[in-house]
Design a protein around this ligand. Structure first.
Ligand SMILES: [Zn+2]
Length: 439
């Protein structure tokens, strides 16, 4: 393994061994692929004389990838292409590497600079090359794969039927506990969503915020000082966790993030989405009941009739003071749908949402007989609140109670712009209270 960065400064006495062991970070499958002899067989006809001597990927986590090909050719090289994918169902990247045209031997190299968070840990990177000769023949290598892991740590993994847990620097029973909690959460999700994940889910467990940071997009210093990420969905089938800082709430965080993951895998296309109140509300629902602080916030808002409508919670407020209520209300909307209509009807709503191009109002109307406004009114009635005022036809809509917009950079809702895949659970450090989660 080349291209290893210097060991980063680590808390004294804690992770020295891991820092020294960073070269072990190549995960099992990846390591086997990387260290196997370059058994690359050319494809297509007229490939006699195409002999690959080097075909490898080296990387420095969150810094760069370097692909290299060395091969003897049955003709003179005119062009070389590198193609690679990151993760399953991922778009294909095409690059023209550095190489010198003309010889009967090619030495090609492509380096890709990475920003942190650009490639989730535990992603499988798959690559292959094609070499065009001056007589027009095109030679291709067999695809190879390597698993991309944060090389600072000595990763171990535990594989179950639906989940693989990656961890370092912790006893095996931590991973077993996480696997057990994840399995239980999948069991709770199945009757609500109607499916299990269609692939192995990777859960990458870090031990603290500092370790986790390189696996996340940079949100700016202020953000990271104020908020911790306890868990995030960073790819369709990958969750990252901070098992150290989030130990108290680990089970809830796992259930929450798995809910986002299973729901999106249930959808037919990766671009499909659920309104935030439904996605976050379901994630909160499978966590279990609201905690006492969240319940108090909801009760107070109901008592004062200072609530946000269902439709306004299609996106979440930028004002952090309103975020807890947004989550609590979203959970309550979902609980209302499940309690009043049963699991089967709720499943039908989610399935139709993941199949159709139709908007959520017409799907709700189909399955429940009311749209988002009707749901809000029915939910209010269940709280013994009068119907919310609705605009008369043709009039300017009365603004629904809506929190102030984002006041300054880097607060909870902003990540939606930068990290559409990440479902984040945040915790405000000063209070230890979960304040928001963002999709
Ligand atoms: Zn969430």
């Amino acid at each position: 393994m080349r291209n290893l960065r210097d060991p980063i400064p680590l808390p004294a006495g804690i992770r020295t061994a891991c820092a020294l062991a960073l070269a072990l970070a190549l995960a099992m499958a990846g390591r086997a692929a990387a260290q196997a002899p370059a058994g690359t067989a050319p494809r297509g006809s007229s490939t006699d004389g195409f002999e690959v001597t080097t075909d490898r990927l080296d990387y420095a986590f969150a810094e760069n990838l370097e692909f290299r090909l060395e091969a003897d050719l049955p003709g003179q090289v005119e062009q070389v292409y590198l193609r690679y994918t990151i993760g399953q169902d991922a778009p294909r990247n095409r690059r023209v590497p550095e190489f010198t045209p003309g010889g009967r031997r090619v030495e090609a190299r492509h380096q890709e600079a990475l920003v942190r968070g650009a490639i989730p840990p535990a992603s499988v990177i798959r690559w292959w090359w094609s070499v065009v000769l001056d007589d027009g023949r095109e030679l291709a290598t067999e695809p190879r794969e390597e698993r991309y892991m944060d090389e600072r740590f000595d990763w171990q993994s535990l594989e179950g039927e639906e989940i693989r847990v990656w961890w370092y620097d912790a006893p095996r029973n931590l991973a077993e506990e996480i696997a057990g909690q994840a399995g239980a959460a999948l069991g709770r999700l199945a009757p609500l969503i109607g499916s299990h994940p269609d692939r192995l889910v990777e859960i990458v467990t870090y031990q603290n915020q500092e370790d986790l940071r390189n696996a996340m997009f940079d949100r700016g210093e202020g953000y990271e000082e104020r908020l911790s990420t306890l868990g995030a969905r960073v790819a369709p089938d990958i969750l990252i966790l901070d098992a150290g800082s989030g130990a108290m709430e680990l089970e809830e965080v796992i259930a929450h993030e798995l809910s986002h993951l299973v729901l999106h895998l249930h959808f037919e296309e990766s671009y499909m989405d659920a309104p935030l109140w439904l996605d976050e509300g379901l994630a909160m629902y499978v966590e279990g009941p609201l905690d006492s602080g969240e319940q108090r916030t909801l009760d107070r808002a109901v008592a004062a009739d200072a609530l946000m409508s269902v439709r306004s919670l299609t996106s979440f407020p930028g004002n952090p003071d309103q975020v807890e209520l947004a989550y609590a209300q979203s959970r309550d909307f979902v609980a209302f749908l499940i309690d009043s209509g049963g699991e089967e009807r709720f499943r039908r709503l989610l399935t139709e949402l993941g199949q159709a191009e139709a908007d959520v109002d017409s799907l709700l109307l189909d399955t429940y007989g009311y749209d988002q406004l009707g749901l809000y009114q029915a939910w209010r009635a269940s709280k013994s609140l009068p119907p919310a005022a609705t605009p008369a036809p043709g009039s300017t809509p009365r603004p629904l109670p809506r929190p102030a917009p984002l006041d300054g950079g880097g607060l909870p809702c902003a990540p939606a712009l930068w990290l559409p895949l990440a479902a984040l659970v945040w915790r405000r450090r000063s209070t230890g209270r979960k304040t928001s989660s963002s999709e």
